[in-house]
Design a protein around this ligand. Structure first.
Ligand code: PGA
Length: 253
């Protein structure tokens, strides 16, 4: 059975009490299904409290961001080592981190390694801008971001990474890539994983799609060959939408 991975990226939304209330409602509405893994990525400051509230068979938690050092004089930062026991996943290289906070491939690589060191699975986000796409550079961008992010890890460590294909122009824009675009991007990603590691890793690593997915479009992506799940931003904050997406994932053959 192919287990689908559905990641909810709440971004910088919901105060503590709102997160807790929303989780309470989600817990009632989202069925626990053996063939779907549901991961919530709330704001960092809510993680600990939500980790006490969740049923871990129903939901796992992900950090939206973290610093790559494990500890030290880094005022204002939170390390992934500090989040051990609280999160199972850490987002790395999200386009908002790359573009708004100028994270480089070097930062991203260090974060992937830090997550791996702490036995937390990195979800490495990659994707081209509209400009890259217009210039016909989608393949080069994906290859560069994969090499940049994964260069320092072993095949054994890569096995637990998740790659999220998120075209920058589709994030929060209401515009999705077409399923055939996603299928070709996922092929490029798997080819590159094969180059970097081996054929087994290329096949086994989970590759998910994100970018304006909602309850209506989710099915087409879940049915796209090579796609193991979805990362949802805006629609993950709407109870009915998110519940429908998880339900659709549970019904995917
Ligand atoms: P979106 O965000 O679904 O709102 O486009 C996706 C993401 O940023 O992960």
């Amino acid at each position: 059975m192919n287990k689908k991975l559905i990641v909810a990226n709440w971004k910088m939304n919901l105060a503590m009490h709102e997160s807790s209330l929303y989780l309470h409602k989600l817990a009632k509405a989202v069925p626990v299904k053996r063939n779907v893994e549901v991961v919530l990525a709330p704001s960092t400051f809510t993680l600990q409290s939500l980790s006490l509230q969740i049923n871990r068979r129903q939901f796992k938690l992900a950090a939206q961001n973290f610093y790559w050092r494990d500890s030290g004089a880094f005022t204002g930062e939170v390390s992934i080592a500090q989040l051990r026991g609280i999160v199972n996943y850490g987002l790395v290289g999200h386009s908002e981190r790359r573009h708004i906070f100028n994270e480089t491939d070097k930062d991203i690589r260090a974060k992937v390694q830090a997550a791996v060191r702490s036995k937390i699975d990195p979800i490495l986000c990659v994707g081209e801008t509209l400009f890259d796409r217009a210039e016909g550079e989608t393949r080069d961008v994906l290859v560069d971001q994969l090499v940049g992010g994964l260069a320092n890890i072993t095949a054994e460590e890569a096995k637990n990474c998740v790659i999220a294909y998120e075209p920058v122009w589709a994030i929060g824009s209401g515009e999705t890539a077409s399923p055939s675009d996603v299928e070709s991007a996922v092929k490029i990603i798997r080819q590159q994983l094969r180059e970097l590691f081996n054929a087994k890793i290329a096949k086994e690593v989970r590759v998910i799609y994100g970018g304006s997915v909602d309850a209506e479009s989710a099915g087409a992506f879940l049915d796209t060959p090579g796609v193991d799940g979805l990362i949802i931003g805006g629609a993950s904050l709407k109870l009915d939408q998110f519940v429908a997406i998880v339900g659709r994932a549970a019904n995917t053959k």
